[in-house]
Design a protein around this ligand. Structure first.
Ligand SMILES: [Zn+2]
Length: 66
């Protein structure tokens, strides 16, 4: 996919399925070396992502914008 930060085509998207059909996405761009996370379409920090993958209680239901 195209990187929203540098416009390059080398951006990789990885899906991680959480409990309760939650979806976590990890983006990594090889061109500008930007890395970021999204949960329910909202950008989150690395700390929040790690918390989501380690925590067992269900996180708040995400609001889909698309
Ligand atoms: Zn980029």
């Amino acid at each position: 996919m195209r990187c929203p930060h540098c416009g390059g085509e080398d951006c990789v998207r990885i899906h991680i399925d959480l409990e309760d059909e939650q979806e976590l996405r990890f983006y990594s761009c090889r061109r500008c070396e930007k890395r970021w996370w999204e949960h329910g379409g909202e950008p989150i920090t690395l700390d929040e992502a790690l918390e989501l993958t380690s925590k067992h209680e269900p996180p708040p239901r995400p609001r889909r914008t698309e």
